[in-house]
Structure formats: C-alpha cells, structure tokens
Design a protein around this ligand. Structure first.
Ligand code: IFM
Length: 425
C-alpha cells in the first residue's frame, strides 16, 4: 500500500471521541453496571471504575490540548442527569457545563453525544427502547440536555450506533438486555428512528433561543464493509442482506431524503468505521443463514477485526453518492495493546480521507477512537483502544508513541516524510 506524505485542508478538524460510560466511572445506576454485576463483562472489569474521568476532567482535557486536538466528541450519562424519571441532578448538569466550558476555553470544539448505549435502570426496567414510552422519555431527557447545555454546544449527535445497540442487545444477545429476537430489533429501530427525528427537530427549535442559531445535528452510524466470501449468488445475496439490514435501513431512515429539497433529519452523516466482514451463506436457519468473519490471512487487531483502510473510502464514497451532506468520521481506531500498529492504522485511514477529499467528497472532521484506554463494553478494560495507556489500578496515564504521531498530525494537518520515517517505517 502507498506510503507517501499528504496533507488535509486548512479547515479540516481532527480530534478524539469518547463516551461517558466508557470513561467516567462512579455511576451504578445504568444498564451496563447491571450487565457487569450479572457477570457478562468478559474480563470482569467494572464500568463504575472505568478511567475515573469524572474526577480527572482537567487532566484529560490537558491531554487534548497537548495533542493539539481541534475538536472533542464527548457524551453525557443519562443515568447521572436523570437518576429517577423526571428528577434532574443539578450537580451532574453543572459538571458537564464545566467540562464544556473548559473545552471552549481551550479552543476545542465540542461535539456532544446525547445517547451512547447506556441508560438509567428505570428506563431499562420499563422495557428500554422496546417500550412505546421510550420515545417520550428520551425526548424529555434530550430537552433538558439541550436547554441546560445547549448554549455551549453547536454540534450534536443524538445517538451513537443505534444499529449496534440493537443487534448486540436484541439479535445476538451479547449486550444488555441479552435478548434474541428479530421482532424486537425492528421494534427498537422504529422507536429509535422516531426519537432521533424528533430530537433533530427539537435541537433546531431550541438552539436559536440559546444563541446558537445554526446547530448541526446527526447520528454516529457504525458502518462496515460486507463483502461476499465468493462470487456465488447466495454469498452475494447474504452480503447485501447484511449491509442493508444492519446499517442501510438505519442510515436512510435517520438521514431522510437523498435528493435536494426533500425532508431531512441530519445536517451531517457521522461514520464510525473500524473493519469489514466477509459473508458466507450457510444453509442453517438457526444462525440466520449467514456467517460473518474476517478475511483469512488478513491483518487483524487484538480483537480479530480486519484492518482494512480501503473500507473507509468505500463506505464514505457510498454515502457521498447518495446524500449531499457533509461527512464527519465520528470514530475510527483500533484495539492494539502493544501499540504495534496503531500509528500505521491512523496513517492508512487518514490517507483514505485525503483521497476522498481529493476526489471531491465533503469530509470535514476525523475523531480518533479513542483518547485513553477505557471500558470497552462486554470486552472490559483489557481491550485497549487508547492513544494513551491507562494503568487501571493507579489511573496513571501515559501517552503511547501513536499519540505523539497523532499529535503531530493534528498540529500540521499533514503527514510529512520525516513523520513517516519516525513513526511508520
Ligand atoms: O468502544 C466502541 C464505541 O463505544 C462505539 N463504537 C465502536 C467502539 C469500539 O468498539
């Protein structure tokens, strides 16, 4: 694969992305803490510890400044803000206001995620996203977030990866609440789509009242490449089926019209890109007639996910052909505990973004996943995605070499020959 210097346009923003539950610690009132208590986190790590970001906002924001990040994607924890239905915790709201103000003071543009896989236990106990009332509950919470934090925020993500949440939680049953029901998957999707659309409209209605006349609102979609294992019709059909059912139907319903002038529920499309799956047709209804795996012999990360940078080009190109909207890469990163290939991964994926921009695609931002090692859901803290190493006993942070590489990219908006020599070869 090509290794050559390249640069990104002047206004292009680079930063990192995080999620509240994965970093904050200190909260036990959510579905992920219960999932941990029930023994479902593979390495037994406790999300109420995570990387103690709640008490280390200053230290972690200093890292963002040190790395020269132009923007930071962060989330709020619903169960902290609304611990009981309709009761809002002023201290938690003040905490998030302080964090956002700190970012603005440091000239770092916040991109705020309202919902990222985690919700209060009272919401889980009423049926979560399966309940018809989920929409009004999510909107009530969203209204509080927007009214109380919205004068500090222009850029919003209403939901992170609704497709992954529903597939893992309701089809595969490997995330809370651990169900296996395709019917529930579609029910949850219906509710999440309605909730997102209404939140989109609400944010546009309220933000101008708060002095933010042009908010930008979108969804962070998890998008993969699905390639058929062979040229056989059955494999090709299954690959298309996965592509459509596990992502296409979310993007179309949450973005709206692909033509100009039609109804739209997104100001940008957020892309979380990690890997691709090779799809085989398997004549076995018990496993849904398909199996997904990594390409044999391909380079993989610590979790066995193929490292396939061209896939980023492919999914973004696919979107750009359909929607005349700016694209933000809202997540991209890799699980690499030895930091053996993270710099190369960053280089390869940013190179694809450079190619896309050269080819006229409107990609405006890139958020690396993630700042520090954190609580990687059912994998626990042993799956390390951080630019910064975390010792979870002492909570000591230590930037990895890839963090130095990424910091240089942020500062220069470019990869030079010298950087290639220092970090890639
Ligand atoms: O850690 C997750 C994140 O919460 C959502 N996108 C994928 C990441 C890596 O698995």
């Amino acid at each position: 694969m090509t290794i050559e210097p390249f640069s990104l346009p002047d206004g292009f923003l680079l930063g990192v992305a995080t999620a509240a539950t994965q970093i904050e610690g200190g909260d036990r009132n959510n579905n992920w803490y219960r999932w941990f208590e029930d023994g479902h986190v593979k390495d037994g790590s406790d999300p109420s510890v995570a990387c103690d970001h709640w008490n280390r906002v200053a230290e972690d924001t200093a890292l963002l400044t040190e790395f020269g990040c132009h923007t930071y994607r962060l989330g709020v924890e619903w169960s902290r803000i609304e611990p009981e239905p309709g009761r809002y915790d002023e201290e938690a709201i003040a905490h998030y206001r302080d964090e956002l103000q700190r970012l603005r003071d440091a000239d770092i543009v916040p991109l705020l995620t309202i919902y990222h896989f985690s919700h209060p236990l009272w919401f889980e106990d009423m049926g979560g996203w399966m309940s018809r009332r989920s929409i009004e509950c999510y909107l009530r919470f969203t209204e509080v977030v927007v009214r109380r934090l919205g004068n500090l925020v222009d850029d919003w993500i209403t939901m992170n990866e609704p497709n992954i949440y529903l597939i893992f939680g309701y089809v595969m049953g490997v995330w809370p609440p651990g169900r296996k029901s395709v019917r529930r998957f579609f029910r949850g999707r219906r509710h999440m789509v309605r909730a997102h659309r209404a939140a989109y409209e609400m944010i546009h209605r309220i933000s101008p009242e708060l002095g933010r006349p042009e908010p930008k609102v979108g969804v962070a979609h998890h998008l993969r490449v699905f390639d058929p294992a062979t040229d056989r019709v059955a494999d090709r059909f299954m690959a298309r089926f996965y592509d459509r059912m596990s992502q296409g139907i979310f993007v179309s319903a949450m973005t709206g019209s692909s033509g100009d002038g039609g109804r739209r529920w997104a100001d940008f499309i957020g892309v979380n890109y990690y890997s691709r799956d090779i799809v085989h047709f398997v004549p076995n209804p018990a496993i849904g007639f398909g199996r997904r795996m990594s390409l044999e012999g391909a380079p993989v990360n610590d979790l066995g996910w193929e490292r396939y940078p061209e896939g980023l080009y492919r999914v973004v190109q696919w979107l750009a052909e359909r929607y005349p909207l700016p694209i933000y890469i809202t997540e991209n990163g890799t699980c690499d505990s030895r930091d053996a290939f993270r710099s190369r991964y960053i280089y390869d994926h940013l190179y694809q973004i450079h190619r896309l921009i050269e080819d006229g695609v409107d990609v405006r931002r890139y958020y690396h996943w993630t700042l520090t090692d954190n609580f990687e859901w059912s994998e626990g803290t042993t799956a390390r995605f951080g630019l910064v190493y975390v010792d979870f006993d002492s909570q000591r942070r230590a930037p990895r070499e890839s963090a130095r590489f990424y910091a240089e990219i942020c500062r220069r908006r470019a990869v030079t020959t010298g950087m290639i020599e220092r970090y890639i070869r």
